[in-house]
Design a protein around this ligand. Structure first.
Ligand SMILES: [Fe+2]
Length: 220
């Protein structure tokens, strides 16, 4: 049984926290984030074949397969501080999500990510983006090898083994009905696991709530 306080406190301490809607309705959590001046946006996440996916999406690149570890919206100047991934349906989905708390990675890799610099191609040209987020006295990391290209030796070094190290340090979130995980998107990366052995889970649908704000910790 987890209260709002438990979920926020655990996320603060360990980067993420799983919970059930029975213990904590998602609207209660979203309202707490709104009270702390976070702006909430929503995205439907669905398993898609490459041909049906929109341009510049992970589905376009990986189709129904595994997605590598990443920060959501790593290509934005300030990615959302929190994301809440939810299964609001009454069925469970076999394929889980791996979540890696960056603090649990080897110190050398953490330091390489902190010092990494990346190239980002935008409609107006190439820009440089820092792997270390420092904003309004809060710090964190961004990680995304699909939409960002390494631009210094630390990024190249980190890219070589981050995927394996993040896999080893991660925990798997299983999508039980009416369940969610609150993830500190500056302190954790996450990945979609491989398709299940017994056929495609094309019915897998999740909701994602993104909390955009000034990076402050939510504590109530
Ligand atoms: Fe994601």
């Amino acid at each position: 049984m987890k209260s709002l306080h438990d979920v926020l406190y655990t996320t603060h301490q360990t980067g993420y926290c799983q919970f059930s809607f029975i213990d904590l309705p998602i609207e209660v959590l979203l309202n707490a984030l709104r009270r702390s001046n976070y702006r909430i946006t929503t995205t439907d996440l669905q398993v898609k074949f490459k041909e049906n996916a929109r341009q510049l999406s992970l589905s376009k690149k990986y189709g129904t397969g595994r997605f590598p570890f990443h920060t959501d919206f790593a290509f934005r100047a300030i990615p959302p501080r929190y994301i809440a991934l939810c299964n609001p349906y009454s069925t469970s989905f076999e394929r889980g999500t791996s979540v890696c708390y960056i603090q649990n990675l080897p110190a050398k890799l953490r330091e390489d990510i902190r010092r990494s610099i990346w190239d980002l191609m935008t409609a107006s040209g190439r820009c440089v983006i820092d792997g270390h987020i420092l904003f309004a006295m809060n710090e964190g990391y961004r990680w995304d090898c699909d939409f960002l290209q390494p631009a210094n030796k630390y990024a190249i070094e980190a890219r070589g083994h981050a995927e394996a190290d993040m896999g080893a340090a991660s925990e798997i979130v299983r999508w039980k009905p009416q369940s969610a995980v609150l993830i500190d998107n500056w302190k954790c990366t996450h990945a979609r696991m491989d398709a299940p052995e017994l056929g495609l889970d094309s019915n897998r649908k999740l909701m994602r709530y993104e909390a955009w704000g000034d990076g402050r910790m939510v504590t109530r």
